[in-house]
Design a protein around this ligand. Sequence first.
Ligand code: SAH
Ligand code: SF4
Length: 417
Amino acid sequence: MTTTLDLTHANPNAPVPAAAAGNDAALDTRLALIGMTREELAAELGNLGIAANQQRMRVSQIWRWVYNRGVQDFDAMANVSKDLRATLAGHFSLGRPEVVSEQISNDGTRKWLISLAPDEHGARHEVETVYIPEQNRGTLCISSQVGCTLTCTFCHTGTQTLVRNLTAGEIIQQVIIARDRLGEWPELLAANPDAPESGRYITNVVLMGMGEPLYNFDHVKDAMEIATDNEGLCLSRRRITLSTSGVVPMIERCGEEIGVMLAISLHATRDDIRNTLVPLNKKYPIKVLLDACRNYPGISNARRVTFEYVMLKGINDAPAHARELVQLLKGIPAKVNLIPFNPWPGSPYECSDWETIETFAEIVNKAGYSSPVRTPRGRDIMAACGQLKSASERLRAKQRKALQSEAETERAATPAE
Ligand code: SAH
Ligand code: SF4
């Protein structure tokens, strides 16, 4: 049975008077600590009068409490003096964005709708994060943007215009919120007799939620630094996969500077078909894209590039396409992930028949490429690949101005605490 927990009744686009925001985010003038790089945090500590030769040590201490232990209160930081704890608490916030709803699929997949702090215009936007438990691992699918600038015709997110990029904090908070809700912090795990032996519910993270991560490169990079740091969230770079629709100029930098595993949303073997499915192909056609993959920094047989291929009935699923795919991938350490198309309201495609998918997989497999068919997960709660979309829409300038002045009026009318 599908379960939905409606955690608030907020209208996503309504300006939120500070006091009504779940964590009083708009009233909170303190700096959000989660998402700051080590350097940014050190600089802020410098502003608070902490001597330069102490800043690194203090950053390490704070990071361990926040990211290794999940504490939400400076008072819990036992190895920090009481005075400094009070100073930190006056300057920084450790709050989480609000989880508006949690849906649990009949296959155990969970989807959280997260309401972000109001932007500078007072509008609140939302993103979705999905957790997919499997036998021996748990994958968290996170978003990098609200909406997407690209308009892939088979993707639900693509029908929602780009609202805005997420900040590094908003990207990493998705992992933190998932750890909160799954109970994946040391103290909670220790108290849980059913906790997994590895101590991890989230073993893998994929940037395959809403948005194109390579169009929000700097924030994704900062967030992944925190995700992979030993004093951060301690995830291995090899267990993080960034999926791109093919933003060729950023692929090399992704390998050099972020160093995570790469997945490419290929979906077609001919430019004419890919131009329709992934319009970005007109700018960066298949050959150019595959050359960038061939040269992906760190690529090897142990670190293969994943090619995602959505199975669309009568469009890209013929045996001839499978043979073309094998030819295209020659010389690239690659694996292929076949994704049965997940329908959404009004979607213009159908999923290929099961036999067609099997025939396709067999051809790719016989050529020596691993080609698992991704089992659709969480379809009943619209949590499967390409089904994510939040109600946030980009506001027109006029609407933004109206919201802003409403929010300001509300703020002025709210008595200070
Ligand atoms: N923007 C990035 C990452 C997010 S999409 C990208 O495009 O790669 C994550 C994956 O889901 C991509 O491979 C995307 O092509 C696929 N996808 C999108 N819509 C889908 C749908 N309706 N059914 C199945 N897969 C879909
Ligand atoms: Fe954007 Fe990826 Fe969806 Fe294309 S498939 S519209 S790039 S989220």
